[in-house]
Design a protein around this ligand. Structure first.
Ligand SMILES: Cc1ncc(COP(=O)(O)O)c(C=O)c1O
Length: 385
């Protein structure tokens, strides 16, 4: 099956008891065993260790990403945390993209650092600068590409090669593009990680996370940590996410088409100082975007002339676009990362990596692109700052 068929059918069988076409929400703590000797004969014992609805989503994601198996988590952050616990010990070192979701940065610098794990935030857009910070004890390379919020790209194949030479794992946070546009495992990554909250759900309905492993051995490490720490996705969240998956390609294609039109509109607008969208020829890594992904996605950022005060005025007054955290949903969202998603990143660090105060992030949704552009046009015209 090809991707568009898989997103609907993979991992799902009609319910054997009733024939229900949708996998039921198996809301049950425990699963009855027929005898001691036949323990686990039906595959399930206790919902922390496995649940049939969650399993159906995991099987679907495995097929969509082309991996060996998947572990679903409570949230995207729980997936990041679980991956780091599975592959890093006290005394180990990990290299992380210097632009990444603020929660990932906070987890490394305020939580896991307390347990003797060392982190270096490196410019993973530049493989040579990554090579320079590799240490003997480097056990993980973690790239987020495109990165939230600057859209910086990392060359997945190049970083995977460095990781392989070091006998370390390469984890790609593939949230922004999903396997529909970016085949992280085929490009060489060992684990592809998602906040399923974003495009897989797509409807602002849930929070969840998933890690798709390239080999069964890697997945077993993930599953062991998950069962030990108890960070599981609930059956309701898995069910909703599964329904979202079925329209993933249709949403992403339309949202990306909308994004392209919006990026071109912003680029030509006299009140806009700069716009960053991988689909624009002016984007500094446009060639890499074309090389490693089959679509540009629906995330971008721009800065209006007049910086932060002008940007705030626009975000506070714009119609149709919703001022909120989250991304990837059918609703178009506008976000100020410095105040919202990346407040945990120290100011000097933010400035060093280009998360400037005036950065306005857009997650383009499924509304009519003309309405979205008209709303932006009106909000830009109203700026007085
Ligand atoms: C790229 C990326 N990774 C991980 C996360 C964390 O996901 P969650 O909010 O589901 O915990 C986010 C959240 O915004 C994100 O943008």
């Amino acid at each position: 099956m090809r991707f568009r068929s898989k997103q609907i059918h993979a991992g799902i069988k009609p319910d054997p008891t009733t024939g229900a076409i949708l996998t039921p929400i198996y809301q049950s703590t425990t699963f009855v065993q027929e005898s001691v000797d036949s323990y686990l004969a039906k595959g399930f014992s206790y919902s922390r260790s496995g649940n049939p609805t969650v399993r159906a989503l995991e099987n679907k994601l495995t097929e969509l990403e082309g991996g060996a198996d998947t572990t679903c988590f409570t949230t995207g952050m729980a997936a990041v945390h679980g991956t780091m616990l599975a592959f890093l010990n006290a005394g180990d070192h990990a290299i992380i993209s210097d632009v990444a979701y603020g929660g990932t940065y906070r987890l490394c610098t305020q939580v896991l650092n307390r347990f003797g794990i060392e982190f270096t935030f490196a410019d993973t857009a530049n493989p040579d600068s990554v090579k320079k910070v590799v240490r003997k004890n480097t056990k993980m390379f973690f790239t987020e590409t495109p990165a939230n919020p600057t859209m910086k790209l990392s060359d997945i194949a190049a970083i995977s090669e460095i990781a392989k030479a070091q006998n370390a794992v390469h984890v790609v946070d593939n949230t922004f593009l999903t396997p529909y546009y970016q085949r992280a495992l085929d490009l060489g990554a060992d684990l592809s990680l998602h906040s399923t909250t974003k495009y897989f759900d797509g409807h602002n309905a849930t929070v969840g996370g998933a890690v798709i492993a390239k080999t069964q051995e890697l997945d077993e490490k993930m599953r062991f940590i998950q069962n030990s720490t108890g960070s599981i996705m609930s059956p309701q969240v898995a069910w909703l996410t599964m329904q979202g998956c079925k329209t993933l390609s249709v949403r992403m294609d339309q949202q990306s088409a909308n994004a392209m039109q919006i990026a071109r509109f912003l680029e030509a607008h006299p009140k806009v100082k700069q716009v960053a969208y991988p689909g624009l020829e002016s984007f500094s890594q446009h060639a890499l975007a074309k090389k490693q992904a089959s679509g540009f996605g629906a995330m971008m950022w721009f800065e209006v002339k007049g910086g932060l005060p002008a940007g705030k005025q626009l975000m506070d007054n714009i119609e149709l676009w919703t001022l909120a955290e989250n991304l990837g949903s059918v609703e178009s969202l506008i976000t100020h990362p410095v105040t919202m998603t990346h407040a945990a990143v120290a100011k000097e660090e933010r400035e060093r990596v280009g998360i400037i105060d005036g950065l306005v992030r857009l997650s383009v949704g499924l509304e009519d692109s003309e309405d979205l552009i008209e709303a932006l046009e009106k909000a830009l015209a109203a700026i007085t700052a």
